[in-house]
Design a protein. Structure first.
Length: 249
């Protein structure tokens, strides 16, 4: 039987995907767990669960978060969009509110969302080290934290003194990285790293020191600087948001 023809069995076990939620106070991390059955695995056969796919088209595809759910797909064409300047430009930003009772992320069939870690200071991007440690950047505190294990009972401080950190990546790609790269708003720095390190063993080394930093959206532009490497490790990619957006009519 080909791989495409094999039934996909889903249960709750082992593999973890971690997501940061930054719009909640206090900030928390959630984990979604699932596993797949391997050929020859013994034990009872779990039920096959298939996520319902729902395609939204036309004006229905232009909805907001209230119509979002696992399996929802939006097909938007140029004909569905309003004409330029059909409505006035507005600036209505979000604001933080306490999480309502019973509010919880929706997950596809076969996944269960559980609380992983709370009490973090505005966490942003997450990266998982080859040994399974979870690295999280805290924007306002300028820190990198390390969470270890399924329960993440302890949050270790790996590095401090960063400037609005966002992007985080291990280099070189593969099972044995030598450095941890962090994208500050105005620079890219790196720390010596070996699998299992819970604290940086050396000072931050400047890799790029002239990024246009300081943006804070309203009145300041974009401040986030993501860092990624090509699969072969030959190139580093850094996202740089503009400090000002000018639009002429």
């Amino acid at each position: 039987m080909s791989d495409s023809a094999r039934p996909h069995f889903i249960c709750a076990r082992n593999v973890r995907r971690v997501t940061a939620l930054t719009a909640l106070t206090p900030a928390i991390l959630l984990s979604a767990t699932a596993c797949s059955r391997t050929p020859g695995q013994s034990g009872p056969t779990p039920a096959i669960q298939v996520s319902t796919v729902r395609d939204l088209t036309g004006q229905a595809a232009l909805g907001d978060w209230t119509t979002d759910a696992p399996g929802v797909r939006r097909h938007i064409t140029s004909a569905d969009l309003p004409l330029p300047y059909a409505t006035k430009s507005v600036d209505i930003g979000p604001h933080i509110v306490p999480r309502p009772e019973g509010a919880w992320p929706k997950a596809p069939d076969g996944f269960t969302v559980t609380l992983y870690r709370t009490g973090l200071d505005r966490p942003r991007q997450i990266a998982t080290a080859p040994n399974g440690d979870v690295f999280v950047v805290e924007r306002e505190s300028g820190r990198v934290r390390v969470l270890r294990g399924e329960s993440a009972e302890n949050a270790y401080t790996y590095a401090t003194g960063l400037v609005k950190p966002f992007g985080i990546a291990f280099y070189p790609p593969g099972p044995n990285p030598s450095f941890l790269y962090v994208g500050n708003t105005d620079s890219v720095v790196r720390f010596p790293y070996r699998n299992g390190d819970l604290k940086a063993t050396g000072e931050a080394q400047a890799v790029v020191d002239n990024l246009p930093g300081g943006g804070r959206l309203r009145g300041g532009g974009h401040w986030t600087r993501d860092v990624k490497f090509s699969n072969d490790g030959a190139r580093m990619f850094v996202s740089v948001g503009s400090l000002k957006v000018s639009v002429g009519r």
